[in-house]
Design a protein around this ligand. Sequence first.
Ligand code: AVI
Length: 318
Amino acid sequence: MNVSFFDDHPEPADIRAEVLAGLTQPEKRIPPKFFYDEQGSRLFDAICELPEYYPTRTEIGLLRQYGAEMAELLGHDVVLIELGSGSSLKIRTLLAALRPRVYIPVDISREHLLRSAEGLAAAFPDIEVRAACADYSRPFSLPLQADDQPRAAFFPGSSVGNFEPPDAEAFLHRVGTLLGPGGHLLIGVDLRKSEDLLHAAYNDAQGITAAFNLNLLTRINRELEGTFDPAAFHHSAFFNPHDSRMEMHLVSNAPQQVLVAGETFRFSEGESIHTECSYKYSVKDFHALAERAGFKPVRVWTDDQQLFSVHGLRRGDD
Ligand code: AVI
């Protein structure tokens, strides 16, 4: 099979240091990238299928409707880098339209990445697949070769919204460096909308989003000798209009004490661990962010209800 594997996965010591640093803050927080262990990735896939979670199906609709235009913008015969290789339906739609020479899916969840890379290599035998396990929220290396020109990137799912805006800008800047002058980025960005729709999307009736959030505690128990009782916390998700973002928290049901990697953390009743921000942008605000990061907006595709946007950006020539 035409698939190779490159591993730049974070070390357990990095995970420990980041989680302990976050729990030591006056307002406790854990970065959302730690949601994605095996079970977390499975739960996220289930979220993408939920009737309330509009982003996935809306973005897939845009890829199906405008895939040919998007492929035209990215250019054929490119090396395509997919950051946070999420739903395989999205990439299948784009690969079918684009037929790149090389496809490099990048993801922090190793098993999940490998399974999907193997499936894609089997479905597209003419494309060379180089799977790369890496944490793209930090500087990372990729299995790129000197002659891998031109390059294009795909960053779907509005994962850019999980960065704080200054971090999103720094991240986009790094992507621009990877692409080189004139390289194109296709990026999915969730739009600002009614609070009711947002609230429902992050508080689904089946409780899958709550399970996804609480799974973080189970992961910490397993990987960092934690003593969290997931039943002693509950999921909370709400829109913060001031910062234009959804926030997810794990709220302590009672005063309690928890051990993580040998350190003690105290919680009062109602105190939370902030586990995720999901920023929602207007087209104009996202353009401004992209331009600060060195990209020029070329096209934007949105659905009729203005729920979601897919931007085609071109890296400036310096
Ligand atoms: C991956 N990311 C863009 C999702 C989001 O909507 O921010 C993660 C998620 N959190 C809760 N539901 C989905």
